[in-house]
Structure formats: structure tokens, C-alpha cells
Design a protein around this ligand. Sequence first.
Ligand code: ADP
Length: 674
Amino acid sequence: MKNKRTKRFLFLISLLIFPIFLLGFLSFKSIRNSAIVIETQYYEQLDQVFYGITEETQKMNEELINNLNILTVKKLQLGTTLTRLSRSVVKNDFPGLESVVVWDKNGKIYPRLNPTRDSSDNLLNNGDLPLFEQKLIPIQHRTDLKKKHLQLRVKRSYNKKLSEKSQVLNELGIIKLLYQTKSYAQCIKRIKRYHRNFQHSTLYIDLLELKSYTKLGHFSKAYQIGYQSFSNIFEKHQLVDLSQAQYVLEEMYAHLLSDQKLKEDERKNLWALNENIKNILIDAKVYHSNYNQIQQLKKQLSKSGTNSLSVKKNSTWFLLHKFNFEGQKYIISSTWDLNRLNPWVIKQLNITRPTWKKNSFQLFQAEKLLIDQKFNYSNVVYKETPFTQDSPFDGLKLYKPQESEIQNMIHTRSGFLYGLLFVSFILIIIGATFVLRAIKKEQKLLGMKSNFLSSITHELKTPLTSIKMFAEMMQTGRIKTLEKTQEYGSLIHKETHRLQLMVDDILNYSQIDQGVIKVNLVEHNLMNTLNNIIIRVSPIAMTKNIHFELQHPGSAIIKADPQYLESLLQNIIDNAIKYSPRETKVQVIVSEIDLYYEVKIIDQGIGIAKKEQTYIFDLFYRVGDEMTRKTKGSGLGLAIAQSIAKLHNTQITLESELSKGSTFRVKFKKVPNA
Ligand code: ADP
């Protein structure tokens, strides 16, 4: 029987161990494989960064060109009439965008101005007007000299022998001096005279006329002059010196604004006009100062099949591209200030992909490093790419991480996986032990049950056979004397009593076990119960010559259910007698320990082996030795006793040594002040 059980047990274990080992082996293998996966994943991630950056820069280029196209369309729509120019401002506010030039198939359409030096201003001061003004300042303080100078000039102006060039120069000098001596009305007159006599109209003369009118407070006149002057430039696309125009524009704008009576909307219009004209002048100026460069690029673009071309010179980026709008083909040339564009670009890159920060890469711009994000990485370039012609960057280099970096990552990852595997093993083993223990327990219980059944049937059968036998004898009338009848009667009574006790035990236990029974705890003297039991068991003890000893403190009042308490103690005391050989001693000692009364039942019996001690309170459990087998029992007594103890909020403990004896203890709480 035992052999069979062990075999079954081993079979179960092998059932568990085999899958565990298989699982372990497979996991181990897959972790080792995952190292390779981690490495490839790492490079996949690197690829993603690479394509991410290229994609992002591509997006930025698109945004940049989109903005440029929108601005161009707005500029074209704004036109050149002063009324439109004073309506609203077309802003150039994309970071770094400096200027725009547009051609259609017939030629340049924006800005319309084709600057050149105005000859009359050349005569004056090589066209450098601000310098010219400065030179006039010292004369201001020497009024006498100035007047003399003026008279001389005026005289000279009537000298018909002078060449026209000298006459113009002379006339301009007179006008200037008149303005400087604050003879504004005369200055205006002289300007009118100049216009009558000479063809040369200069912006500077217009400015002096405008200034004189503002000094005299004739703002509407001043406004007319300014308006006329700029419509000549912008509506008729007159040739102009751009720096001079810009200077004059600013001067005129400042003077016109000094009109106190200017209304809010007029001020706004004036501002819009000033801003728009300023932008057109800047566009024209940048174009003309980079004329050769842009023309060369434009030629290249026209010849090439590409849509855009760009070149970087110092911190300026020239970007030319073809643009289709409303069925028309245009070429747009733009110049960018990289010092202003780059911070925007870098910000954009950092916002969109913060994860890139972990990778080493470099972004190039005209051989220079724009973004140099290099960590402790190897110098091996993992991937590199040049950018398209419409990009402010020239190329990207992504570096490979150090080999050790990848190895570290693999180590940490596989370390984690091994840890996980280890924990799962431990958990499986713990789980399996629990399962095995449960199975073992179940097996034991099954064994105990069958043990119980065979012993109980035996127990039931013996009294039943005697009862049956005596009853038959009485029935057949074989018993003649009254004495014999009485003797058999009392034997039948004894046997039925034994049967009843056994059946009661079984019922009791099942009721307690199912939790049906509720104890009724009352104040009760423990000694009463013990005395009752001793009276009952003494005759049995005497048959084995067992000496009974009771030590007690007189009375011991506890809270208990008297009926169950008796059953509990009776079971232990019964056992003490049952499992003790003849001529021994059983002691029942009641003592006070702090808040408790403790009952100790000490015998000098067969004792219980250490390994059996945990089981003897289990249901149907009986120690399988010779002595136990000889005694009658069901394995129910101690299980019932322990359940009752639990109902009294206590428990039975045991100390025992094989062949020496056992001590059972149970403690009950004292009733205070009883
Ligand atoms: P049983 O009906 O077999 O006595 P119990 O539940 O009362 O059932 O006891 C369980 C087992 O514990 C007994 O079979 C016996 O082996 C052991 N046992 C109980 N009390 C003692 C004791 N005082 N000395 C030795 N063995 C004992």
C-alpha cells in the first residue's frame, strides 16, 4: 500500500518537474536569443531616429517654403499703388526671412524698382545724403558766413554763363542754405523755381520741401509732397537710390507724424504705408546687393530640372524655387539670415522629438556644424545623408553607439529577464509544494477515513454481536434463572451504552464541524466537571491499577458550556487511562496562572512520537502503533476536544515523549471577582 502511494507521489512530482524543466530550458534559450533581438531593435531604433530627423527637417523645409509662398502671394497682391500700400501691412515675420524677389516668365515683377544713382544727388554729395547733412552742420553756427555764402550763390545763379550742371549745384546749395537759415517760405519758393527751370527732380529736394511745409505747419501740403514723391517711385517705378530713398522715407514719415491733428486712422495708414514701402525697399536693396549671386542661381535653376536651388554664403542662405500660382509660373528668390533661422530650426527639432536627445548626431550647414550632439559614442558613422536643395541644412550624420553601450543594455535586459525567470521558478515550486501537500493531506485523510470505517464497523459490530447473542438466548428461553437474566440484561445495557456513546461522538463531531453547534457560556466551576469525570472513570482506572491524583485550588470559576466542557476533558482523561500501561499514575492538576486556570492531564503512558503530535488532533487520526491498535477507538476524541476548545476560545496543547508519557494542557480564562 505504502509503496503504491510513494509511486503515485513520485509520478505526480515527475509530472510537475518535467514541464518546469522544459519551460526553464525554453525560457533560457529565448533569453539568449533576445540578446540578438535587443541588438537589432537597437539599430531599428537608431534607424527610426535617422528617418525621424530627416522627416522632421523635410517638414520644416515645407513649412518654410509654404510661408515664403504665402508671403509672396500677399506681396504680389498688395501691388504698388500707394492707396493699397497704406491699407494694411504685409509682414515678413518668418524667422530669418530677409527678402523676396519674384519673376514671372516675362521678367522681374517684384520689387519693381530698379535702383540706380540719381544724377542730381550725385552732383550734391555722391548720393550719400546723411553724410551730406552732417557736413552742413558746422555752417549752421556761422550765420554771417552762411549769409555771405548765400548771397554769393544767389548772385551766381543769375550768371547765365555757368554750365547747367553748375547751375543745378548752385541752386541746390541755395535751397539748402535757405532751409538751414530757417527761411522756410523762401526755401519753398526757391524749390518751385528750381522745378520750373530744371528737369532734375530729386528726392532730397522733395524732402526739404516737405520739411519746410511741416515747419510752417502746412501739413496737408507736406503730405501731398510726400505722397507725390513716393508715387513717383512706386507707381511709376522711377529709378531711385535705395539707401537714399530709405533715409528720405524715414525722415518724411517722422515729419508727417509730428502733425498733432493727425487722426488715428490716418496715422495707421501712414504707418502701413511706411512699413510696406520699407519692406519693398529692403527686398530691393538685398536683391541688388546680391545681384550677381542671385542672377547666377536663377540661371542655374532655369537650366536645371530641379524645383529649387540654394547656396550659403557666410550667414546668408539664398534659396530659389519655382512656384505655380493660379496657373502662372513664378520663380521666387529668397534670402535668409541663418543666425536668425537656425535658433528656430533647433527649437523645432528639440520640441518635436525629445528622445533624439539620447542619440549622437550632427547636423551640418555649409561645412559648419549646426547641431553637434555627440556623447560618449564611437566615431563610427552609422548613417549619413545630404539634404535636398531646399533645406537650410546640408547633411546629417548619425553615430553608432559604443559596442559596450549595447552590451550594457543587453546585460541589463537579460538580467531582468533572468530575474523574472527565477522568480517564476520559485513561484512554481512554492505552488507545486502546496499542491503536493494538499494532495498528501487528502491522501492521508482518505486513509484515515477508511481506517475509521473499518475500526468503527469493528467497534459497532462487537457490541452488536454480543447484544444479538444475549437477546437470542433470552428469546429462546435458554436462560432459566433470574440472576442470569439480570446479568445478560445488564450486559446488553452496557453494550448499548457503548454504542450510544460512539454514535453520540460521531454526531457531536459532525455538528461541531459544520458549525451548527453554538456553546452556551455560563459561569461554571471547573472542579465540578472534573469531579464528575473522575467519579466516572475511577472504576476503569482501578481495573488497570492506575493511580489517580487530582490537585486543585478548591474552586475554579470559568465561563464555559458545562456539557461540552465535560466532553472535552473526558476525552483527554479517557485517553490518559486508555494509553497507559498498568500500575502507572495519571495526574490531573488545576493551577492558577495569571488570568487563567490551567488544567494539566499528565500520564506515564506510551507517549506520542514527535512527528505524530501534529496529527493526533486531526479527524479519524490514530497513531498506527501496536498499543493503539490494541485499544478501541475511533480517532474522533481529540478532534472533538480541540473543536470544543476552539468554541471556548482556547486550545489544547501537548508535550509528549515516546514511552515516557504525555501532558495535555488547556487554559480557561478566569471569571474576575468570582
Ligand atoms: P482514539 O479514539 O483513537 O483514542 P483520539 O482522537 O482520542 O482517538 O486520539 C487520537 C490518537 O492519539 C489515539 O489513537 C492515540 O494514538 C493518540 N493518543 C491520544 N491520547 C494519548 C495519550 N494520552 N497517550 C498516548 N497516545 C495518545
